[in-house]
Ligand binder design. Structure first.
Ligand SMILES: NC(=O)c1ccc[n+]([C@@H]2O[C@H](COP(=O)([O-])OP(=O)(O)OC[C@H]3O[C@@H](n4cnc5c(N)ncnc54)[C@H](OP(=O)(O)O)[C@@H]3O)[C@@H](O)[C@H]2O)c1
Length: 262
């Protein structure tokens, strides 16, 4: 199988790095199309095929990930429409529906919402099958994305929620980690140590949540010894209604996903 990625930016390059790191694809099975010369040079170091010609990429590949900004999807589709029959297009563009792509190409289409964590094989993603895609296509995409982390099939109208929770999600968790890190520095820790303590704690907490049968509320209670230290911090989070603010942030991202959808 040859897999193409149109757009080797943040998301496209993280997918490629994940495919290579997981071993699900070999370098000679990947082609990326990227107009920016600097990014193209970086990507060429991975020993994959690199081109600036989207038509050449589509001609060569069976599966084509579309990883350009949402407003560039339409011109890219126009460029490759006559080569699209018999191809599987996997779009990761926020808000661009399978119907939109199907109306402009003859490709079979799956729409996916990955996140940037694919490069470290910790991606959370979901995907939805378009009307022409087959069960075999779904298996191919589930296998490719699944090797990069966790993936779920969902109804297409839920991809806006997925965009907010796990597509945008890394930025929300980076923000929280930075706040904890900065507090550590204000308390006198060297920056590098505070950074690693905060990030490793986030990783450990995630591992526990993913592997525990207990509810998150129960896990919080287990850290909060009565009259201990954590409970004092939790009181501040509750008083400042931080959970409400975070929910609002995720919902704002979902509203934006809805606004830009077509
Ligand atoms: N970033 C995320 O965390 C994330 C998460 C989930 C989904 N997505 C989706 O992924 C898509 C890409 O986002 P991104 O953050 O990776 O954006 P990005 O970093 O700007 O990457 C897009 C890349 O496509 C290149 N490009 C522009 N026009 C092209 C063309 N005609 N043919 C081929 N490549 C072209 C751009 O090159 P230039 O820089 O030269 O324009 C850029 O390198 C978006 O649709 C977004 O909704 C992103």
């Amino acid at each position: 199988m040859r897999v193409g990625v149109i757009g080797g930016g943040n998301l496209g390059s993280s997918l490629i790095k994940g495919f290579l790191r997981s071993g699900v694809l070999q370098p000679d099975e990947i082609v990326v199309s990227e107009p920016d010369e600097g990014k193209a040079r970086e990507l060429a170091r991975l020993s994959i095929g690199v081109t600036s010609d989207n038509r050449e990429l589509v001609r060569e590949c069976d599966v084509v990930f579309i990883a350009v900004k949402p407003d560039l999807v339409e011109p890219v589709l126009k460029e490759v429409e006559d080569l699209s029959a018999g191809k599987l297009f996997v779009s990761v563009a926020a808000g661009v529906s399978t119907a939109f792509i199907e109306a402009r190409t003859r490709a079979r289409v799956i729409r996916a919402m990955p996140n940037l964590c694919g490069a470290v094989l910790q991606m959370a993603s979901a995907y939805s099958k378009g009307s022409r895609a087959t069960a075999e296509d779904e298996k191919t995409v589930a296998q490719l994305l699944g090797k990069l982390g966790t993936t779920f099939p969902v109804e297409e109208d839920l991809l806006g929620a997925v965009t907010a929770v796990s597509g945008s999600g890394p930025a929300f968790f980076f923000y929280l980690m930075k706040a904890v890190q900065d507090a550590g520095v204000e308390l006198g820790l060297p920056k590098d140590i505070s950074f690693k303590l905060a990030a490793q704690t986030a990783r450990g907490a995630s591992e526990i949540v993913l592997n525990s049968e207990e509810k998150i509320e129960e896990l919080i209670r287990r850290v909060c010894t009565p009259r201990g230290t954590t409970i004092e911090g939790m009181k501040v989070l509750e008083e400042r209604k931080v959970a409400d603010a975070i929910k609002e942030a995720v919902k704002a991202a979902a509203r934006r996903a809805e606004e830009i959808s077509r």
